[in-house]
Design a protein. Structure first.
Length: 731
């Protein structure tokens, strides 16, 4: 090793690389000079002296630790760190250190075949001149997953799994005896039985489940769930536990509760919903005030803490809504039958009862366990129709004009719904006046046939009927959070899981300011919280209906932090609430169930719950919320590609919805489906991506592609396997 091929002597650079490799591959060993010379075959005096000089420099740079005058070891203090490995399909893998420091690049050759999310130990590499900082994985501490989803390929002597996740570098080898009857093109879930090591470079797996043929709707939806380690089947023992629950409501239970069975009560939900977890009641009181009850399914009455059903609910933490199905948090018997506030059935609830005047000022309120009997189950569309039939113009924020003898309100219970709408509009106006951020993002939806194939794509917008429900749910969530969190000076608030939302990222707000200025808009990035929000809302209003609206909303959303659960309350920036929690959806969210249980205990005089324990629960629920959102997004992507698969060659008007260094994302105006135009397909120029200004510019011809620009595209490819649509520019 002392000489290179052809007799050329090693230089300083080569000796540095040899030493670096030796120490990094043996991070826990101390090497004497003799051992180093022998290991690297440095057999001449000048080479040995050069190696000693290089090691001194490495110690000076904190890469090595000097153990004695004649021995060194890797400096574990500065060179070895633990954290999370992030694998990218582009090969730009990175290491996220536990101390929250900057992500560090990990080349594929230095990854030790670590998978995305694996907990790893890395050693930092001596930085090469004019190169970015790099790390090398030296130990995989804990694997994030040991199950992989993909498509089987069965050959004469060998079988393989081609992973669904594009970040995998290699296919997984499956011994024939571990195939479980799987055939070529089957979608399968495979458990890893051997990870790569020094001797074996391949991942070896065993089939645990065959999901069906690639392309079959059920198989594909189950594959999306399995890829995120989410359940696609309900455990039999949990279903059986649900079957044993006694659903009868005894006279003794009714006697313990406030009785709302004779008060007008209704549910308003999507037309295909089955789990109705919230209902509204309204009546005029003798004191002239309106009593509005926000009644929430009393799930914790049936699901006892620590029970089989509770443990499964906690693990899932949330219901998952794929395009064509719901994967419920609780067994079907509970969520669709026992707990669901179905019309004309007596149901147990946990309720927030408000007394308010015509201006929606709350005069008094209380929390109570109740029994209700819903008079009517409405779909949003039905309520919207009743409101519009009585003079409500959607989106204006104006309530219906008063009824007269000549023009009475039209529709069943119309007067009750119109009053609820009027009160909700007052609440909404007050919320925005107090600094709530205006974000009415449209959502892509599909109509699907009986085989699961999408036949229509459209954007679902939030109308007055949706906002009516939203306002009362926000009010209930905020009120119960305040009842625990807001205490007298000197007192300590009891433990409660809050829904918290931090202030926007200042740098991203500055990016937004620079971006919108190109369109002639202004936005404040400094000053009070209220001033910034007011400015953001004014921007949203000004941009409404313009071609740049979508782009501005996208950049503004990027500046926002993600909401999450925590027992450490910092308030909710987006809603401008000092105290906020989730109380109104215990059928589909575990945090709401935790809040119900704690509120019940506190009403009974219990001491404060353990903060650390509940913070751990909050972190789990926040993580699961993120994972399920990723799965939901993947199901939308899959249906989008499936919907466009028979439209190859068609041209459409679109607008630029995203920009990256490798391509332009465009959204079709008509179907709202999004695809990518790879940079390489942009023609006879070299393009630079200006991330700060959300623009791609050609070096030679200076052609610009800006976020929000209108373009005409042609559908080029629809890859269902990768859930990817490729477009080309039509002109």
């Amino acid at each position: 090793m002392g000489k290179k091929k052809g007799g050329k002597r090693l230089g300083k650079k080569q000796v540095s690389e040899l030493l670096q490799n030796l120490f990094q591959h043996n991070p826990n060993e101390t090497f004497s000079f003799k051992q180093i010379f022998r290991a690297l075959k440095l057999d001449t005096h000048p080479l040995k002296m050069l190696a000693i000089d290089v090691m001194e420099e490495m110690a000076w740079d904190d890469f090595l630790s000097k153990v004695s005058d004649t021995s060194y070891r890797l400096n574990l203090k500065t060179q070895v760190q633990e954290g999370v490995f992030r694998r990218k399909a582009s090969g730009r893998n990175s290491f996220l250190p536990d101390d929250g420091g900057t992500p560090v690049f990990v080349a594929e050759r230095n990854s030790m075949s670590a998978m995305d999310g694996d907990r790893v130990k890395v050693s930092y590499m001596a930085r090469r001149d004019k190169h970015i900082k790099e790390a090398m994985v030296i130990e995989i501490v804990r694997r994030a997953h040991d199950q992989i989803v993909g498509k089987l390929r069965v050959e004469k002597d060998m079988a393989f799994l081609i992973p669904q996740d594009s970040t995998f570098v290699h296919d997984i080898i499956i011994p024939k005896r571990k195939l479980k009857g799987g055939k070529t093109d089957d979608k399968a879930v495979v458990k890893v039985i051997q990870w790569p090591d020094a001797e074996h470079k391949n991942i070896i797996g065993s089939v645990v489940d065959i999901l069906g043929k690639t392309g079959e709707n059920n198989a594909e939806m189950h594959a999306i769930l399995a890829q995120y380690n989410l359940p696609y089947k309900y455990p039999k023992n949990v279903e059986e536990a649900a079957e044993k629950i006694d659903a009868t409501i005894t006279p003794q239970e009714i006697a313990r509760r406030e009785d709302f069975r004779d008060v007008f009560t209704c549910t308003i939900d999507p037309k295909d919903a089955k789990d109705f977890d919230d209902a509204l009641s309204i009546r005029k009181l003798e004191n002239g005030l309106w009593e509005v009850g926000v009644h929430i399914a009393d799930v914790s009455h049936y699901v006892k803490e620590g029970s089989t059903i509770d443990k499964e609910g906690y693990n899932r933490a949330t219901s998952i809504y794929l395009v064509d199905r719901t994967i419920p948090m609780l067994p079907e018997r509970l969520c669709n039958f026992i707990c669901s506030l179905r019309p004309n059935e007596e149901k147990l609830c946990y309720s927030v009862i408000f007394q308010m005047d015509d201006e929606a000022n709350i005069k008094t309120w209380h929390l109570a366990h109740t029994v209700i009997k819903s008079d009517r189950r409405y779909a949003y569309e039905e309520v919207q129709q009743i409101l519009e039939d009585n003079g409500v113009k959607d989106g204006t924020g104006e309530p219906a004009p008063p009824a007269t003898k000549k023009n009475p309100y039209k529709g069943e219970y119309a007067d009750k719904l119109i009053k609820l709408d009027a009160l909700a509009k007052k609440l909404r106006a007050a919320r925005f006046k107090n600094g709530s951020v205006k974000f009415d993002r449209e959502e892509l939806h599909f109509d699907i046939d009986e085989t699961g194939k999408p036949v229509k794509a459209y954007f679902k917008t939030s109308k007055d009927a949706n906002k009516l429900i939203e306002e009362f749910m926000l009010l209930a969530n905020k009120t119960v959070a305040e009842s625990i969190g807001r205490v007298k000076k000197g007192q300590k608030a009891k433990t409660l899981p809050y829904r918290i939302h931090d202030q926007p990222d200042p740098q991203k707000l500055e990016n937004l300011r620079q971006f919108v200025s190109k369109f002639g808009y202004k936005v404040k990035t400094s000053g009070t919280k209220g001033a910034i929000t007011k400015s953001l809302n004014a921007l949203m209003t000004d941009a409404e209906g313009t071609r740049e609206q979508n782009a501005i909303e996208t950049v503004a959303l990027r500046a926002m932090m993600k909401a999450k659960y925590s027992v450490h309350n910092i308030g909710h920036y987006g809603l401008a609430f000092d105290y906020y929690t989730h109380f109104t959806s215990p059928i589909r969210r575990y945090p709401d169930m935790m809040v119900h249980r704690l509120l019940t205990k506190y009403q009974d005089g219990a001491r404060s719950a353990n903060k650390d324990k509940y913070e751990e629960y909050c972190e789990h629920c926040s993580d699961m919320e993120q994972v399920s959102q990723n799965a939901e997004r993947d199901s939308i992507k899959y249906k989008m590609v499936e919907f466009m698969a028979d439209k190859i060659g068609n041209t459409y008007d679109a607008h630029i919805s995203g920009l990256t260094s490798y391509g332009i994302y465009a959204q079709i105006d008509e179907t709202h489906c999004e695809g990518m135009i790879p940079i390489r397909d942009l023609g006879d120029d070299y393009y630079d991506f200006d991330e700060k200004n959300f623009v791609i510019v050609g070096r030679r011809h200076h052609t610009k592609y800006q976020l929000g620009d209108p373009i005409r595209i042609q559908v080029a490819r629809a890859n269902l396997e990768r859930k990817q649509l490729d477009f080309t520019l039509a002109d």
